[in-house]
Design a protein around this ligand. Sequence first.
Ligand SMILES: Cc1cc2nc3c(=O)[nH]c(=O)nc-3n(C[C@H](O)[C@H](O)[C@H](O)COP(=O)(O)O)c2cc1C
Length: 373
Amino acid sequence: MPVLQYAQMGNTFGRLFRVTTFGESHGGGIGVVIDGCPPNIDISDAEIQRELDRRRPGQSKLTTQRKEEDRCEILSGVFEGKTLGTPIAILVCNKDARPEDYLEIARKFRPSHADFTYEAKYGIRNWQGGGRASARETIGRVAAGAVAKKILPAFYSEFEIVAYVAQVHEIIAKINRSTVKMRDVEQNAIRCPDAAAAKKMASLIEQIRGEGDSVGGVIECVARGVPPGLGEPVFDKLEADLAKAMLSLPATKGFEIGSGFTATRMRGSEHNDPFEMRGGKIRTATNNSGGVQGGISNGEEIYFRVAFKPTATIAHEQKTVTASREQTKLAERGRHDPCVLPRAVPIVEAMAAIVLCDHALRQKAIGLRGRWK
Ligand SMILES: Cc1cc2nc3c(=O)[nH]c(=O)nc-3n(C[C@H](O)[C@H](O)[C@H](O)COP(=O)(O)O)c2cc1C
């Protein structure tokens, strides 16, 4: 028995705020165990449920029509509305599983999904609904993110985090990153605060769904009110942990922080963020750094962008092979998201909150409250 296989399973994320997710798309349920949450943080089922409702399927005609209420149950770690400091376990039961929809992919590998690679790695896979590779796994992350979102403002009173759809296929939104609020994001089903762009995105997604195809796009996320000092040199740099968190999400293809890839077309004289004194604080006049320098937050807005690919499962007939290595064709008929972005917004926010919470606890653990406010 290869013992190391078990030591290497990547189901836990974080050092001090440790999040372990479990469950498969069509198993009994999906959930999370959060260890390292400080005691006496106010948290209610409703606050966790609110975040899960933003992620759940069937919210609008633009998402998969799988009907899951995704009601969460807090099994441990919370008593009379406050965290106990003990492990928090949260469970969501799967209700609307339709394994019969997936009979064909029990044998055939879906192009650009995780069927072939899971089979290659484990020699076995739960083909029902994509098993562990299903985006239902992110329920646990969103629940943990809801807890992290309660801890962070308890540490930093001005903390807030907002993610939104910035691009769908070739439609690019115009958004003021520094002023956008969650209520602006939640005003439409796309979760794009530029109403005109959101309308175009919605009709494109409808059209693409009608054609049995899919599209991707970009989600931007901004965290405000994070003080200087969060992040650990060298391997656990704040941006490195954010990148890992984002690229661990299903369907992600790219991550950039601050100026990102546009920095490659700038000169140092344009790109550097000059320091200045503002409101008695050391600030930067521009923020091409995206709020992180040397892997450590500098007190400016932390902003980054995540690229999502077009959903792998489409209704077009595609070339593929079977587990017994025969060439064949596959046209999916199950329920799928023609564009994953609207539902991925709360997931990106959750992972960012988990990373920031972990680093906030690590900063507290070194016993300094940060020299620069
Ligand atoms: C919110 C969300 C919903 C998703 N829904 C689907 C879906 O309906 N069909 C599908 O094929 N992939 C969907 N995905 C993506 C797959 O889970 C993902 O592509 C698959 O696990 C393979 O992993 P990879 O794309 O990261 O390589 C979704 C992803 C997210 C974030």
